[in-house]
Design a protein around this ligand. Structure first.
Ligand SMILES: *Cc1c(COP(=O)(O)O)cnc(C)c1O
Length: 403
C-alpha cells in the first residue's frame, strides 16, 4: 500500500493526529466548523485563492522574510552555527499575521462581513484587526477585562485599526472566558461572521488550517537555508505556546533528517503555576474542544500557568505537537524566564535585533544547544520582535545588571 506524505496523511479526515486532536464541541459550533473545513479544503486549494494569498504575502506582509546567519552570536558562544528565520520582519512584527491573512482571505471568499476572535495578551487581536482592515471587514475581539487593563498598548492598536474590543467579565475575566464569549458571538451570527483562532489549537479544522497557513515560514526557510549552505540545517528550533510558529517551521522539515526542538517556557520553577511547559510536564487530556496534552489538575480543570512571555502561557499545546512528541519526532526543551532575558540581551547587543520575549526562549535554547553541538547548524524561528517588551524588560531586568 502506498504511504501518503506526512502533510497529506495528518490530520485524518476527522482531524486526528494519531489519538490527538478531533473535535468535541456543541452541535451548533460543530456545524460551523464543518462548513469551514469544507470551504478550506475546496476554496483554500483553488488557484485563485493560492495565488491571491501569495500576492498578499509578498506585497502586503513583505515576505519572504530573510534567513540570517547570526555570526557574532555564534562566534561569542564558540559553538554550532545559529541562523535566524526573521519573522520579526513580517508586517506587524510577528508570525501571527501569516494565518490571520489566510483566515481573512477565506472569510472574504465566503462573503463574510466580520472576523471574530479572542485574545489574551492582544497579539492575535492586533494581527486579526490588521487582516480585517486589509479586507474591509468588521472585527470583534473578545478580551478578558483583566487583560484589557494589563495589555493597554495592544487595546489601543486594535481600536486604531478599527476593531471593536469586547470586554469579557464572566468567569475570571481572562483568556479562557474570552474564548467562550467569542464562540458564542460566532454561533449567534454564523452567516455573516468567521471565527479566527490564534494558534494551532481548538477543534478541527483549526489546527490543520493554521499549520498550513504558517507552513510558509518553513518552506521559505528551507529554500533559503539550502540556497545559502547547500545542505539542510541539522536542527530547527522554535518556541512553543499553542505551537503555531513552531508547527509552521517544522511542517517543511518533518520528513527530513533534521532534529526538531519545541521550546517551552519554564518560567520561574517546576511547581504548578510556575511555568507553562505542557509537553514536558503535562499529561493527556482535553481542552477547548480537542484532545492533547495539558497542564491540569486531577479533575481535568486547567492549571494556572505562568511565563514572562504572555504569548507562551497556555495550559495546553496544539494536538499535532502532542502527536509528534509522542512518536519522538520532536524534542521538547525549555528555557526559564532568566535564560530568556539573557538571550534577549545577547541578541540585542551582539546582532542588533531585539527579539520578542517569546522568541528569546528559542534563542536561549539554541545558545545552549550550540555549546553542546559545535559542528552542527541550528535554524531558529525568530517568531517576533521585542518592541512590545522593551519597557517591561527595562524596568524589571535593567540593562546594567546584564552587562
Ligand atoms: C503569540 C506568539 C507566540 C506563541 O504562539 P505560538 O502559537 O506558540 O507560535 C510566539 N512568539 C510570538 C512573537 C508571539 O506573538
Amino acid at each position: 500500500m502506498q504511504v501518503k506524505p506526512y502533510l497529506r496523511q495528518f490530520p485524518d479526515k476527522d482531524g486526528f493526529f494519531g489519538r490527538f486532536g478531533g473535535s468535541d464541541v456543541p452541535p451548533d459550533i460543530a456545524r460551523e466548523c464543518e462548513r469551514i473545513r469544507e470551504a478550506y479544503l475546496t476554496i483554500g486549494n483553488s488557484y485563485d485563492f493560492v495565488t491571491q494569498l501569495r500576492d498578499i504575502r509578498k506585497h502586503f506582509q513583505g515576505r519572504p522574510t530573510p534567513v540570517y546567519y547570526a555570526k557574532r552570536l555564534t562566534e561569542t558562544i564558540g559553538g554550532g552555527r545559529i541562523y535566524l528565520k526573521r519573522e520579526d520582519l513580517n508586517h506587524t512584527g510577528a508570525h501571527k499575521l501569516n494565518h490571520c491573512m489566510g483566515e481573512g482571505l477565506l472569510a472574504s471568499y465566503l462573503g463574510k462581513r466580520k472576523l471574530i476572535a479572542e485574545t489574551g495578551a492582544g497579539q492575535h487581536g492586533v494581527a486579526l484587526a490588521t487582516a480585517a482592515a486589509y479586507f474591509g471587514m468588521e472585527c470583534e475581539i473578545h478580551m478578558g477585562a483583566v487583560d484589557i487593563i494589563k495589555e493597554h498598548p495592544n487595546v489601543v492598536r486594535m481600536e486604531i485599526l478599527g476593531a471593536k474590543v469586547v470586554p469579557v467579565t464572566r468567569g475570571q475575566g481572562t483568556l479562557k472566558d474570552a474564548v467562550d464569549s467569542a464562540f458564542d458571538a460566532w454561533v449567534a451570527d454564523p452567516e455573516a461572521s468567521l471565527y479566527a483562532i490564534g494558534s494551532v489549537v481548538g477543534p478541527h479544522p483549526f489546527p490543520m488550517m493554521v499549520r498550513d497557513f504558517q507552513s510558509v515560514v518553513g518552506f521559505e526557510a528551507k529554500d533559503q537555508f539550502v540556497e545559502m549552505m547547500g545542505v539542510l540545517p541539522d536542527n530547527v528550533v522554535a518556541c512553543c505556546g499553542g505551537g503555531s510558529n513552531s508547527m509552521g517551521i517544522f511542517a517543511a522539515f518533518i520528513e527530513d533528517p533534521c532534529e526538531l526542538h519545541a521550546v517551552e517556557p519554564l518560567g520561574r520553577g517546576s511547581g504548578v503555576g510556575e511555568h507553562a511547559a505542557s509537553l514536558m510536564y503535562g499529561h493527556e487530556g482535553d481542552i477547548h474542544g480537542f484532545h492533547t496534552v495539558v497542564l491540569a489538575d486531577e479533575d481535568g480543570a486547567p492549571s494556572p500557568v505562568y511565563s514572562i512571555a504572555s504569548g507562551l502561557d497556555y495550559p495546553g499545546v496544539g494536538p499535532e505537537h502532542a502527536y509528534l512528541h509522542s512518536i519522538d519526532r520532536t524534542i521538547a526543551g525549555g528555557a526559564t524566564d532568566e535564560e530568556a532575558v539573557r538571550a534577549f540581551y545577547a541578541l540585542s547587543r551582539l546582532e542588533g535585533i531585539i527579539p520578542a520575549l517569546e522568541s528569546a526562549h528559542a534563542v536561549a535554547y539554541a545558545m545552549e544547544l550550540a555549546k553542546q553541538r559545535p559542528y552542527e547548524s541550528i535554524l531558529v524561528n525568530l517568531s517576533g520582535r521585542g518592541d512590545k517588551d522593551v519597557d517591561f524588560v527595562y524596568e524589571n531586568y535593567p540593562p546594567a545588571q546584564y552587562a
